[in-house]
Design a protein around this ligand. Structure first.
Ligand code: NCD
Length: 308
């Protein structure tokens, strides 16, 4: 099915072939973007939650292809503050823009927006639920680093950190179900991967195994996907501080790591990766963030029908 006109709400809405087509389009665009591809198109960014990378890389993607952007990054400056419903906000914005990128603190908000919108809605993260465009750039990055992923040979991906509330983990795990891989998890107690995600991966024949420590994860993974503790979704601040102190990776811990290990992180990091890791050959999170631009360029071009 063509991607033109489609909403991008959950990774589950996309087939393996559609995801691979998006990654191929991103790789082609990265070779030399076409500056007028989206001329005359307008993208609205409605960010009801903080963002740096997602919003700015969407804007960079749109501007670099000749499109224009409008929107808000602080809901306090929008009519949501006056009590306007999300549905009414969308009914207005769809008249101002050709595509809407939205981030919202509530699970399911993007789906609700898509139900009322006549223009494509792209989910920039809804609560602890999904973050599909982060997944597309994560997969693009993993496939670049480990071509065996696309060749059908198994790689080991370890998810570490807040696997309960981290929406990037939930989305990426879903996408990895299309590929041969082994999943490891390491999470502080109480923040383990919800059972539904474990069950889903296993239903696709993917082995999911909890490992006891970051040390073990470092020794046994190709990709170590670190995540931040999602403080804003955490019910108990005292418990949060306690867990936070126990969970951190440093350069010293990587001294005996397998050379092929690469550390990814959707960012922002808030202490779980020490800055001395940045200079190691394992650090790949800033290159990962840079991939957000070609992947979002490709997604916008496909959804807006400028590429097929
Ligand atoms: C992530 C998010 O918003 O879920 N950030 C991002 O988009 N790169 C991860 C996070 O906030 O921890």
């Amino acid at each position: 099915m063509p991607l033109a006109g489609r909403h991008v709400i959950s990774v589950a809405d996309f087939t393996r072939d559609e995801i691979l087509h998006l990654l191929d389009t991103a790789a082609a665009i990265a070779q030399g973007p076409r500056r007028e591809l989206l001329a005359g198109k307008i993208m609205a960014t409605l960010f009801f939650e903080p963002s740096t990378r997602t919003r700015l890389s969407f804007e960079a993607a749109m501007l670099s292809l000749g499109g224009r952007v409008l929107g808000f990054s602080d809901p306090g400056s929008s009519s949501a503050r006056k009590g306007e419903s999300l549905a009414d906000t969308i009914r207005m914005v769809e008249r101002y823009a050709d595509v809407i990128v939205m981030r919202h603190p509530r699970d399911g908000a993007a789906r609700l927006a898509a139900e009322v919108s006549r223009v494509p809605v792209i989910n920039g993260g809804d609560g602890a639920n999904q973050h599909p465009t982060q997944t597309f750039l994560d997969l693009y990055t993993i496939a670049e680093l480990f071509p065996e992923l696309r060749a059908g040979r198994c790689i080991t991906v370890c998810f570490a950190g807040d696997l309960r509330y981290g929406r990037t983990v939930h989305s990426l795990l879903h996408a990895l179900c299309h590929f041969a891989c082994r999943i490891l998890t390491v999470a502080p107690r109480g923040l383990e991967l919800p059972e539904q995600y474990v069950a889903e991966a296993r239903a696709h024949g993917i082995a999911v195994e909890a490992v006891p420590s970051l040390h073990e994860a470092i020794a046994s993974s190709d990709v170590l996907y670190m995540t931040r503790l999602q403080e804003e979704r955490f019910p108990d601040p005292v418990e949060f501080e306690h867990i936070k102190a126990s969970y951190r990776i440093t350069a010293a811990m990587l001294a005996a790591a397998p050379p092929r290990l690469r550390i990814l992180h959707p960012l922002p990091r808030v202490g779980e990766i020490a800055t001395d890791v940045d200079a190691t050959l394992h650090a790949h999170y800033f290159a990962q963030a840079a991939n957000g631009v070609p992947v979002r360029q490709a997604l916008l071009a496909l959804v807006l029908g400028a590429l097929r």
